[in-house]
Write a protein that binds this ligand. Structure first.
Ligand code: B12
Ligand code: SF4
Length: 498
């Protein structure tokens, strides 16, 4: 059977995993890619956006698919519904939605999307069984993880043996934009997280998978190394991005894996870490294996918000210690804070700024709280009267495009000025930063978003003055420029970018 995936803006490992499983089962897959140059988490300018759901739908139908699949993040749900509607106007081809948004609110997704099926949770086995049933003309109403008209099946057990999955089908996306391959190779070495922070997808997914097996799983070091050897041989990737939720959680695994990585792969890499899972040994393991950049979530410096509203491990002291450990290692350290948390006052935001002035990292980053459907923080916010019942319903329906990069649910001009002050601190010595804070200098800063130029300035300064090479999480500045160049060029000559 011919399965067509439709996706926008970025590579999707989820779809790559589905594609390789489907191909292994004898099905044919393809991707229709919408680059969204002006309607994404990178740039949001509707005046410049020339994307068209009906053109995309026509292209989809022209490929003659037997099944169409979307992997949906909440911010792109509205778009996926629009394209589905257009496809259905042209042809009665079955459509299935999966990914984090449908997994967080499956029933609502089925009700609103126009899709025939919704997959809640891991999709490799479910989509293969769906394709097999549609091929054979049998009803797919007994497939675990699947919802459809008149049936709503609970998820099957979590995939225990991740080594048994075929490697992700990278060509699905690489054919659309070769730089996805030669820039940074995205790979995931496990699934799940030991934590369940209230604002994170893990707080929703742990609920979905209650009693369905071990939530946190890891591939064997050999299995990951074999995928990376392929990446080096087939695609000439220059960097590696480990997109695991918490890369350094398991110390024995890290020791074994990084030793092999250094010996056989030896490429600069990126990973996400948590302050409670950083110590001197982990930092030296990362640095010695060639880690060039890490991203560490801190979120708040208020212990009550941290452990109470956010359900995070107590980790503020760990964060200050971790920042010191990374200093002088050559690893570029991004930290992450969230503005607009429930209970967060201007005083707390000033304390975050003071923390950033005292504990210098390479880039202290600040994002906006965005309430994601099905997450635990929505319940807290409702109980605190921050979200009304109506607003909570609106968030779960995901009709608005509100990525946290562009203000999420918590933008305010005062917070934006303080955020810009934190960005400015990244370029100043600690003492000067402390002085500016004591004068409440942020009152004089503009409220417009200065994150882009601030990150670019810090990357360039640290790269060329301090020799921190490859400080890029996923895309480098030139990868992003190449993306815009490639898809603008394609749009000029073929009428559509993807
Ligand atoms: C890697 C990643 C990225 C990368 C993606 C590029 C890449 N190279 O893969 C980058 C950094 C670019 C990125 C960007 C963004 N991301 Co992101 N990202 C992730 C992350 C960490 C891992 C995703 C992943 O690869 N998982 C591994 C795969 C195997 O799992 P999976 O995707 O869930 O897929 C499985 C199932 O869901 C299911 N499935 C998935 N799709 C489909 C489709 C069908 C048809 C079926 C049947 C099944 C199915 O089967 C798959 C295999 O089992 C997740 C967190 C997480 N751990 O999931 C956040 C996450 C998905 N991102 C998130 C967000 C918000 C964003 C941004 C909007 C951020 C922003 N700046 O505002 C952008 C938007 C991206 C876009 N499309 O435009 C949120 C989404 C929350 C939500 N409810 O929408 C998450 C959950 C993190 C969080 N904050 O909680 N992201
Ligand atoms: S540590 Fe990170 S990935 Fe894990 S639950 Fe918390 S926010 Fe989510």
């Amino acid at each position: 059977m011919r399965v067509l995936f439709i996706h926008s803006s970025t590579e999707s490992l989820g779809l790559e995993y589905l594609s390789s499983s489907l191909k292994k089962r004898g099905h044919t897959t393809a991707l229709l890619f919408e680059p969204f140059l002006f309607r994404s988490f990178r740039l949001d300018s509707r005046a410049l956006d020339s994307s068209s759901a009906s053109k995309l739908a026509a292209e989809a139908v022209a490929w003659k698919p037997d099944l169409v699949g979307f992997s949906v993040e909440s911010d792109y749900f509205g778009w996926a519904c629009e394209v589905t509607k257009e496809i259905k106007k042209l042809k009665a081809v079955p459509v299935v939605f999966g990914g984090i948004h449908p997994s967080s609110v499956p029933g609502l997704t089925l009700e609103l999307s126009g899709a025939d099926y919704v997959c809640a949770g891991e999709g490799e086995a479910a989509i293969c069984e769906l394709a097999d049933c549609l091929d054979a003309g049998t009803a797919p109403d007994g497939i675990a993880n699947l919802l459809g008209k008149g049936f709503n099946n609970p998820p099957r057990n979590l995939e225990e043996n991740l080594d048994g999955l075929p490697f992700p089908d990278k060509n699905l996306f690489y054919e659309k934009f070769p730089r996805f391959a030669s820039g940074s190779y995205s790979i995931i070495t496990g699934r799940g997280c030991p934590n369940a922070c209230s604002y994170c997808h893990n707080s929703a997914m742990r609920g979905l998978y209650q009693g369905k097996g071990r939530y946190l799983r890891r591939r064997s070091p050999e299995n990951v190394i074999n995928e990376l050897l392929d990446a080096k041989a087939l695609y000439g990737s220059r960097r590696i991005s480990f997109v695991d939720d918490l890369f350094t959680e398991n110390l024995p695994w890290l020791r074994a894996f990084l030793k092999e990585y250094k010996a056989k792969i030896n490429l600069p890499f990126y990973c996400d870490v948590h302050p409670s899972f950083i110590d001197a040994e982990r930092v030296s393991l990362l640095a010695e294996a060639g880690c060039s950049v890490v991203n560490m979530g801190i979120q708040t410096v208020d212990p009550a918000i941290n452990s109470g509203k956010l359900n995070r491990r107590p980790c503020i002291e760990d964060a200050a210690r971790a920042i010191k450990l990374f200093r002088g290692t050559g690893v570029f350290l991004f930290t992450n804070f969230m503005f607009g948390l429930p209970g967060q006052t201007t005083e707390e935001l000033e304390k975050i700024a003071a923390f950033c002035a005292e504990n210098k990292a390479d880039f202290h980053d600040v994002n906006w709280l965005r309430y994601y459907p099905g997450t635990k923080i929505m319940e807290t916010a409702k109980a605190d009267g921050i979200l009304s019942a109506g607003e909570a319903v609106e968030i779960n329906r995901a009709e608005k495009f509100l990525p946290y990069a562009h203000g999420g649910h918590s933008y305010s001009p005062e917070r934006a000025r303080l955020r810009n002050l934190v960005f400015l601190f990244n370029l100043l010595p600690g003492k000067a930063a402390g002085k500016l804070l004591s004068w409440k200098f942020y009152r004089f800063l503009p409220a417009l978003d200065l994150r882009g130029p601030a990150v670019a300035a810090c990357l360039l300064v640290k790269k060329y003055l301090l020799g921190k090479k490859n400080p890029y999480p996923n895309f480098s500045i030139s990868d992003i420029a190449a993306y815009y160049f490639h898809f603008t060029f394609k749009a000029l000559f073929s009428g559509r970018g993807g």
